[in-house]
Design a protein around this ligand. Structure first.
Ligand SMILES: *Cc1c(COP(=O)(O)O)cnc(C)c1O
Length: 445
């Protein structure tokens, strides 16, 4: 389909960047990464152990342009992409290290890895059982529908990323375990579902990272949604980390211009394109090509919003958040969410007490102008919904957390405030108890 509304020609600014070949390393090629060979044998072995359990994949752009190898191991982008020993709990680490040292045969080794993964809460917040809809009585595997207005779609060919984040809550999707995989067979099922659900206004393409897909594949999913029968779909959201891990996707890749034309066509058809950019650190925005990618996407009329979790070892201080939000706003990106690290995978390594998360959020907010204060949070994407920590208060002599639902599994919960007993150590909703002597939170009734 062609839309002949006035699609603006993109500037050729992209041409100042030489085309780059996408070179990627996976767990098997750890030993081939030149910078790693300078680290100790012990560190390299530890990476081999951890990457046997948690997914590992990193590209040359991240290695060469984003990581400061003189600052390793503290460098935030190194922590974001390279496995660290403490990401596995000691009993798991020891078991895998032992199996590697004793050169277990493959089937026994694989069984051990599978068992450990299964114990690491691979699908938190009821993702696998609770949010998967049915079409004509059949479960549709590539769709999640939890909050009334927004459907998540996982296109099959978008279920990897340009690099993997060490903290990823979708880590279980990348370890090649089909039982655990959530993927779509085809876009037909998505259309069928949306045809029957007129209450849905937003479709979020997610993964993995849908931006690993070739434009022509993405087109096959998106173009059918531009017809009249899907006029209830007002916003196409694209959840992606490509602006950080492979900005070339929007600048020098062979089909970069075609991708941006696709965004323009969607906008010309009357829909909003919301690019939900995952950012964890201002360093991801420092390269010229990262800034150029942001500029080119914005030229299409697409609005870029930013979101990402607060993580120990990567961004657990207010100054980094304030600096990141300021740089984003300067580039025209709208800060959208600050998340709490979810209760899965290497969570124990990255988690921050809720009270500290709130202090960091507040202190970062205090450093920026109102234009940069659009990020909601810190927010927990938990089973009942997205729960925001609004602050700490003292009510009738009792110290409490003030919380609210940003999103609720039950639509009636949206924006409802509620209170929990103050805790110094809680890192997730299930560690909290109702305040004021109540037995249960209202949403547990
Ligand atoms: C966050 C989230 C959404 C989108 O929520 P918004 O507040 O509209 O951005 C949709 N579905 C799920 C499962 C989510 O976690």
């Amino acid at each position: 389909m062609t839309i002949d509304a006035n699609i603006i020609a993109l500037t050729d600014a992209g041409q100042q960047f030489p085309p780059q070949r996408f070179k990627v390393y996976t767990a098997r090629q750890l030993g081939k990464i030149p910078q790693l060979q300078k680290l100790s044998e012990q560190t390299q072995f530890e990476m081999k152990v951890v990457s046997s359990v948690l997914p590992f994949r990193v590209n040359e752009y991240v290695i060469d342009e984003l990581i400061d190898w003189d600052a390793v191991p503290d460098d935030p982008i190194y922590q974001l992409t390279f496995p660290q020993r403490e990401m596995l709990e000691p009993r798991y680490y020891d078991a895998v290290a032992n199996a590697l040292n004793e050169e277990w045969e493959k089937s026994a080794f694989d069984a051990l890895i599978k068992e450990i993964r299964g114990e690491m809460n691979p699908h938190p917040a009821g993702q696998l059982e609770k949010n998967i809809p049915t079409v004509n009585g059949e479960r549709v595997n590539g769709i999640q529908h939890k909050y009334r207005e927004t459907v998540l779609f996982f296109p099959t060919s978008g279920q990897i990323c340009h690099s993997y984040c060490t903290f990823c809550f979708r880590w279980a999707q990348f370890v090649g375990d089909n039982e655990l995989k959530i993927a779509a067979k085809e876009s037909g099922q998505l259309q069928e579902y949306l045809r029957e659900h007129k209450e849905v206004t937003d479709v979020l393409f997610t993964g993995g990272d849908p931006m690993v897909m070739k434009t022509k594949n993405l087109r096959a999913y998106l173009e059918p949604l531009l017809t009249e029968e899907f006029s209830h779909i007002k916003t196409i959201r694209i959840g992606s980390k490509a602006l950080s891990f492979w900005p070339q996707r929007f600048v020098t890749d062979g089909d970069a211009d075609d991708l941006l034309s696709l965004f323009q066509e969607i906008i010309a058809s009357g829909k909003h394109v919301a690019f939900m950019a995952h950012y964890n650190h201002w360093r991801e925005l420092e390269t010229d090509i990262a800034k150029e990618a942001v500029k080119r996407i914005r030229q299409t009329g697409t609005v870029i919003r930013s979101q990402g979790p607060l993580l120990k070892h990567i961004n657990d201080n207010a100054d980094d958040w304030a600096k990141m939000w300021k740089i984003q706003v300067g580039l025209g990106i709208i800060p959208y969410y600050m998340f709490i690290e979810r209760d899965t995978g290497a969570r124990h390594y990255f988690e921050v007490p809720l009270v500290k998360a709130w202090e960091i959020y507040r202190e970062a907010m205090r450093q920026v102008s109102g234009i940069s204060r659009t990020a909601r949070g810190p927010s927990m994407s938990s089973d009942p919904g997205k729960v925001e920590i609004q602050g700490i208060a003292e009510i009738n002599g009792e110290k409490v957390f003030a919380l609210r639902f940003i999103q609720g599994r039950d639509h009636d919960w949206v924006q409802r405030p509620f209170f929990a007993k103050y805790s110094e150590t809680a890192t997730w909703l299930n560690h909290l108890e109702p305040a004021f002597g109540e037995e249960k939170f209202f949403f547990e009734e």
